[in-house]
Design a binder for this molecule. Structure first.
Ligand code: HEC
Ligand code: HEC
Ligand code: HEC
Ligand code: HEC
Ligand code: HEC
Ligand code: HEC
Ligand code: HEC
Ligand code: HEC
Ligand code: HEC
Ligand code: HEC
Ligand code: HEC
Length: 428
């Protein structure tokens, strides 16, 4: 679109030479360029100056596009009869008459209904232009990765459009999507590092079948999001798929407290996505794990690791240091990082002296949980019983002692059976 506007601007300034009238061929085919590439001829033909320059469509504009093989009449069959143009009710055939797949996807998108009724949502031409249509790999194209955020942002960061379409209280995400994107790892990689393989709007939302997240076919629906991210993060996807979380996502398994499996965006919110080494995010993930694994979260904060984490220090063990970022498996699985024979290596990441004895330490030890920690339970029970008996014994002893003391006083007997010391009698 930008390139088209620039070209038209250049044309008005006379930078692009118009095809000379002598180019007219006597073939009987109407040469559109005779008029549409002739700026002088077009002056005043439309109602406005802008309208005049819109009529200025050169062959070279078309030949520089992906449609170089097409002729003007491929898209404008109704104009083939020459001038004056008689039936101008259908200006051009719809793009989807040749691009069926994109047309069908677009027709089901959030944009189509609004565009069809004259709203602000984009049509094919809004995103691709009508004549200077370029491939997404062409840096001049609005669909080139480095330009896409600008294309979508042209509307999604436009205060007027936001006010009209996304004013509802529950649409904060839609209101802030673009400025947030620029602050994400992906946005920074794209706009600052110029990394075209980073993610931009259409990598996650699609280009044509753009849908709300609750729609089952949406690329950002919970069920599909791992695959959307996994198109680029293929290694993470493979690990995630074979983890307890990936398995639970497919099987519908839940935690003992009834939570279903997490997906990428639970831990890495797409529009707030930061580097995995960000300490603030890291502390947030511990909370996120805890939202589903309440019991382990509770016991974690009773340990040294948890308390240090709570104080805000980054170096100590977080959930994912022991359970890995994406390969969490039950402790009974030999591939698990917390499987007994793998524990030494897991702890040794930070405790180089770790050995079989060291890893007897229970990171989630809960003495009240007899089924999971029987040894801890019986030790706790023994110690508690001992403590209670000792206190009970001395408690009873003290009570008896007090009773004896009171009786002695009432009977005027000395405490220890010896006669009362002189001078005490008669006092008080
Ligand atoms: C003799 C000059 C002349 C020739 C040749 C000519 N046009 Fe046009 N065309 C015009 C003018 C003037 C207008 C704008 C005023 C109008 O629509 O009558 C126009 C308008 C158009 C429009 C816009 C219609 C609309 O309603 O927005 C299209 C599309 C178009 N021409 C396509 C073509 C195509 C395709 C060819 C070649 C097959 C062609 N023209 C040949 C002079 C010409
Ligand atoms: C790939 C299809 C395609 C081809 C090929 C094509 N056009 Fe168009 N043209 C369109 C579409 C679509 C529009 C309507 C644009 C819009 O909706 O703003 C259009 C609009 C126009 C207009 C009207 C512009 C306006 O806004 O008033 C003219 C004039 C025109 N085309 C001329 C040509 C000429 C001359 C050629 C050959 C050099 C050509 N077109 C080739 C698709 C095409
Ligand atoms: C008459 C059939 C026809 C129409 C109508 C048509 N196209 Fe095309 N389109 C083609 C052909 C043919 C190609 C070239 C494919 C190639 O080179 O591999 C193409 C290529 C493209 C490409 C580049 C695809 C790529 O591989 O990078 C885009 C984008 C595109 N068209 C968009 C549009 C848009 C937008 C419209 C409407 C303004 C439109 N097309 C209308 C036939 C058409
Ligand atoms: C919201 C903007 C937007 C709209 C609306 C849109 N497109 Fe696209 N289109 C894109 C982007 C971005 C790409 C680049 C996709 C990519 O990188 O693979 C693209 C790619 C394409 C391609 C090339 C496909 C390929 O594999 O390279 C074609 C053809 C195409 N669009 C046709 C259409 C047609 C036809 C319509 C209307 C029915 C349309 N587009 C509407 C943004 C849009
Ligand atoms: C020409 C302006 C325009 C462009 C360009 C545009 N959009 Fe939109 N978009 C809209 C409008 C307007 C709506 C609201 C449609 C409605 O609610 O009927 C919308 C809706 C959406 C929604 C649904 C939001 C919600 O909460 O309802 C998403 C997601 C979206 N667009 C993503 C994109 C992406 C991704 C791109 C770029 C590939 C893009 N849009 C390009 C105007 C645009
Ligand atoms: C890394 C993937 C990713 C990128 C890049 C991305 N988005 Fe999103 N976007 C999402 C996800 C996932 C959601 C749903 C948020 C949620 O469920 O919390 C979303 C939500 C949205 C919404 C709100 C939809 C709704 O629920 O109302 C809009 C609008 C939007 N994105 C537009 C954009 C635009 C424009 C860009 C580019 C500037 C972009 N997104 C870049 C993944 C992405
Ligand atoms: C349950 C939470 C969780 C889920 C679900 C999750 N991640 Fe992660 N991810 C993490 C944690 C924690 C780290 C940081 C690990 C570290 O650096 O020690 C991380 C790190 C990353 C990294 C950086 C590489 C690294 O290991 O440091 C990428 C890329 C990534 N995740 C992508 C994804 C993708 C893609 C998905 C979905 C297929 C996903 N994540 C699902 C928690 C999660
Ligand atoms: C189009 C490819 C692509 C898609 C799709 C994509 N990413 Fe990325 N992602 C990248 C690239 C490239 C980087 C590296 C950026 C950098 O290092 O500056 C990255 C970086 C990351 C990081 C930071 C890694 C680190 O080392 O700290 C995380 C986390 C991440 N992506 C998660 C996701 C999630 C979650 C999704 C899906 C919602 C997703 N990505 C979708 C390409 C993609
Ligand atoms: C949205 C909820 C949710 C979040 C967030 C979550 N998990 Fe899980 N987790 C599950 C479910 C569901 C299972 C599978 C339970 C099952 O199969 O019994 C599971 C399984 C596990 C397992 C294997 C236990 C087993 O019995 O299979 C470990 C270890 C684990 N998660 C650790 C973590 C860690 C560490 C984090 C944070 C980085 C985390 N989880 C975040 C829901 C969650
Ligand atoms: C210092 C290492 C370490 C840290 C930190 C840690 N865990 Fe564990 N976790 C273990 C070990 C070892 C086991 C297996 C023994 C057990 O069940 O107590 C385990 C067991 C689990 C299980 C049960 C697995 C099964 O087989 O049923 C879950 C779920 C879990 N942890 C989640 C978490 C969550 C959530 C956090 C953070 C709040 C966390 N862990 C922090 C080491 C750790
Ligand atoms: C990501 C690094 C990391 C991992 C992994 C880790 N720890 Fe720690 N742990 C620490 C740090 C840091 C401290 C505090 C060290 C200090 O002050 O001496 C600590 C403290 C401890 C303490 C208390 C030490 C004391 O002097 O009281 C124990 C016990 C312990 N860890 C056991 C384990 C076990 C068992 C594992 C493996 C299941 C493990 N840790 C995994 C970082 C880690």
């Amino acid at each position: 679109m930008g390139a088209l506007v620039a070209l038209l601007g250049a044309a008005i300034l006379g930078l692009v030479p118009a095809a000379p009238a002598s180019a007219q061929r006597a073939t009987g085919v109407v040469e559109c360029r005779n008029c549409h590439a002739n700026r002088d001829f077009l002056v005043g033909k439309a109602a406005t100056l802008k309208g005049d320059s819109a009529l200025y469509i050169t062959d070279s504009l078309l030949h520089d596009s992906k449609h170089a093989t097409l002729s003007c009449t491929s898209c404008h069959p109704a104009f083939a009869g020459g001038y004056p143009h008689r039936d101008t009710s259908v200006v051009a055939v719809p793009c989807q008459s040749c691009h069926e797949k994109e047309g069908a996807d677009y027709a089901r998108s959030v944009h189509a209904p609004d565009a069809a009724t004259g709203g602000s949502a984009p049509s094919c031409v809004t995103c691709h232009g009508a004549h200077h249509v370029l491939a997404a790999a062409d840096p001049r194209s609005p669909t080139y990765p480095l330009n896409v955020a600008g294309l979508c942002g042209g509307c999604h960061a436009n205060a007027k459009i936001i006010g009209t379409y996304f004013g509802a209280p529950d649409q904060a995400q839609a209101r802030n999507a673009v400025p947030q994107y620029y602050k994400t790892v992906h946005g920074i990689a794209m706009t600052k590092a110029g990394l075209v393989v980073s993610a931009t709007c259409n990598d996650c939302h699609g280009s044509h079948l753009i849908l709300l997240p609750d729609s089952a076919q949406s690329t950002i629906n919970r069920v599909n999001i791992a695959r959307t991210c996994g198109r680029c993060h293929a290694g993470v996807l493979a690990t995630f798929d074979s983890s307890s979380h990936g398995q639970a996502l497919r099987s519908g398994a839940r935690t003992p407290t009834g939570h279903s499996a997490p997906v990428c965006i639970d831990c890495h919110p797409a529009h707030q996505l930061v580097s995995a080494s960000d300490p603030v995010w890291f502390r947030g993930v511990v909370k996120e794990c805890g939202a589903c694994h309440e019991e382990e979260y509770g016991t974690y904060f009773e340990t040294y690791h948890g308390q240090v984490t709570e104080l805000g220090f980054g170096i100590t063990a977080k959930c994912s240091d022991c359970h890995t970022a994406h390969a969490m498996l039950p402790a009974t699985d030999p591939k698990s990082s917390v499987y007994p024979t793998n524990l030494v290596a897991t702890c040794a990441q930070c405790h180089p002296q770790a050995n079989a004895n060291f890893v007897k330490y229970q990171p989630h030890g809960d003495p009240r949980n007899r089924a999971r920690y029987p040894l801890l339970f019986w030790t706790w029970l023994f110690m508690t019983t001992l403590l209670v008996s000792v206190f009970a014994f001395f408690g009873v002893h003290t009570l008896l002692w007090l009773g004896r003391l009171t009786l002695n006083r009432l009977h005027g007997r000395p405490l220890n059976g010896h006669p009362e010391r002189p001078g005490k009698e008669g006092q008080s």
